[in-house]
Design a protein. Structure first.
Length: 293
């Protein structure tokens, strides 16, 4: 059996899937046609149902639940791992709070600004919308274009991935950690991204894939913190220190198995989505009830 599998070239994903796609573990007769793409592309493909198995942002899950179910293995959840809202050090054409980490007393200061967000169908967008529901001036860019947008003094930006580790070096300033805001509001870890599989694939195969991803992660940890060539070749612009930070931040016990706490966090995110986009929500059918393998 051959299945299409999509994930990003980010170190956390290549760390998770290296053993699986490079035959370092027994794949039990299953072959994988691998598609490496940025997360926004994968999100759009998930909405279209293009791949058999794919990484997606949990922010897009409600739009893909009719086609996919979430696997227990491969997710990125955690605490202190959320997107950051950043600003230039130079003043923008409006007054905003100056203390790092302070959530503005007057949210309109942010909501009236231009905000660069790493994709419309992303968890970063959902978390930003939770904190700033009235923001209208949104510009959707690739995640690696956000810093330059902010540096150009056009507006604010929401950053993810390795940009969390580099923004200060470029003279940018954190306004708020949107992950911290989520955690304080919900008391749940942040569901950033997960692995989903087509609903029309046989249940026994779904469970087999879930187990194989778990095995792949456990194999990866047997040699960590050594970084293999597969991780390096897809992260050529990163230093090894940043690659390890990336893995340490986004791969953890939730990646091996969501558990009840991880599942509860995903269900909470779907509930939050309902309050933000009620007309697009799948709350009235069994698809929502059975969203996780």
């Amino acid at each position: 059996m051959k299945l299409t599998l999509g994930f990003s070239p980010c170190p956390n994903d290549t760390f998770i899937f290296d053993a699986l796609v490079n035959n370092k573990i027994d794949t039990e007769g299953i072959e994988f046609d691998v598609k490496l793409e940025d997360v926004q592309t994968l999100n759009q493909w998930a909405i279209e149902g293009k791949l058999d198995i794919t990484k997606l942002s949990y922010g897009v899950l409600p739009s893909a639940l009719d086609k996919y179910i979430v696997l227990n293995s491969g997710s990125a959840l955690g605490k202190g791992v959320g997107p950051l809202l950043i600003s230039p050090l130079r003043p923008l054409p409006f007054d905003y709070a100056q203390d790092e980490g302070e959530l503005f007393e007057d949210k309109s200061e942010v909501e009236n600004a231009f905000i660069a967000i790493p994709g419309e169908n992303t968890t970063a967008h959902l978390l930003f919308s939770l904190a700033y529901p009235k923001a209208k001036n949104k510009i959707f860019l690739r995640y690696d274009e956000i810093e330059n947008f902010v540096l150009a003094n056009i507006g604010l930006g929401v950053i993810i991935h390795e940009n969390r580790f580099t923004y200060e070096q470029k003279g940018l300033k954190k306004i708020i950690d949107l992950g911290d805001y989520w955690e304080k509001e919900t008391a749940h870890p942040i569901p950033l991204g997960g692995i989903v599989i087509k609903r029309n694939i046989d249940t026994s195969v779904q469970q087999q894939i879930d187990k194989l991803i778990k095995n792949s992660i456990e194999y990866a940890y047997t040699n960590y913190p050594e970084l293999n060539d597969y991780i390096r070749m897809h992260s050529q612009e990163m230093s090894e220190a940043v690659m390890r930070k990336h893995i340490d931040l986004y791969v953890n016990n939730y990646s091996i198995n969501l558990g009840e706490e991880g599942k509860a966090a995903i269900i909470k995110l779907l509930d939050v989505y309902q309050t933000i986009n009620p007309e697009e929500y799948f709350s009235t059918n069994n698809i929502f009830v059975k969203s996780i393998l």
